[in-house]
Design a protein around this ligand. Structure first.
Ligand SMILES: N[C@@H](CCC(=O)N[C@@H](CSS)C(=O)NCC(=O)O)C(=O)O
Length: 236
């Protein structure tokens, strides 16, 4: 199980295997107030069970961006746990709270801060928890990889600048928790990715060429996910 260095932060990394998505639960161990990052609709009941088993009070369901590969669970979580507020950066998507660069959210004595890291999509954010020395990078930075830039306003030059100016300037020992992993890895570190990321450790021009030649198939659920995620995953 993945751990963080803050002993008063409850932390769970949960996996949804169809889309290889990581969902994260963070909570103040004293007040039990909690947030969830990038929930997936198919695993909402599992996530709520974890929250209830740990006696947590969920305040916020945060999406790091409008996902193209799975339907967000935030809408269903709001239905099943009234009072929870959905949070996103992208103004085109329905949510209760729209955050911007530098904003923070508090749960108990814990705080997360939002960094705008566009490039995979315009609305991508990374989420820093300084007390846990951790950064939740969404699809901006993956372990030894990064989010694709061939749809949804993708822009590889912008992604390169986002990662280098916002994530790679964090301390080297900050743990990187991505939104996906396709190779069975759970976390990395800023220092490790600066050194070993086969795309982002290169010069910008080379990175742009690499990204233009990925030739990835479209995500299997894209036609369902994109419209659903503009309305919090709940279609009437
Ligand atoms: N096969 C998966 C989709 C894989 C994929 O395209 N992942 C995206 C993030 S979700 S939009 C990505 O950016 N991948 C980068 C990479 O290098 O793999 C599916 O069908 O869901």
């Amino acid at each position: 199980m993945a751990h963080v260095c803050d002993p008063t932060l409850v932390f769970r990394q949960l996996f949804e295997k169809v889309s290889s998505t990581y969902t994260y639960v963070l909570a103040d161990a004293n007040t039990r107030e909690a947030i969830i990052i990038d929930p997936v609709i198919e695993t909402v009941d599992r996530d709520i069970k974890v929250i209830n088993d740990l006696n947590l009070k969920l305040l916020y369901a945060v999406n790091t961006h409008v996902h193209a590969d799975h339907v967000t669970g935030s809408g269903q979580i709001k239905q099943k746990l009234p009072g929870v507020k959905s949070v996103i950066f992208d103004m085109n998507a329905k949510a209760d709270i729209y955050i911007k660069e530098g904003d923070s959210l508090q749960f108990g004595s814990k705080k997360i801060e939002f960094l705008s890291t566009p490039g995979h999509t315009n609305g991508c954010v990374s989420i820093v928890c300084h007390t846990a020395k951790s950064v939740f990078t969404g699809d901006a930075l993956l372990i030894r990889g990064c989010g694709r830039t061939d749809f949804q306003q993708g822009n590889s030059a912008l992604l390169y600048d986002s990662v280098h100016s916002k994530i790679f300037t964090l301390p080297d020992d900050y743990v990187v928790f991505p939104a996906h992993d396709y190779t069975g890895q759970t976390n990395s570190s800023v220092g490790e990715e600066k050194k070993h990321n086969p795309r982002l450790s290169k010069a910008k021009e080379e990175f742009i060429k690499i990204m233009a030649n990925l030739n990835l198939p479209y995500p299997a659920q894209i036609d369902r996910a994109l419209p659903a995620n503009l309305v919090c995953g709940i279609q009437n």
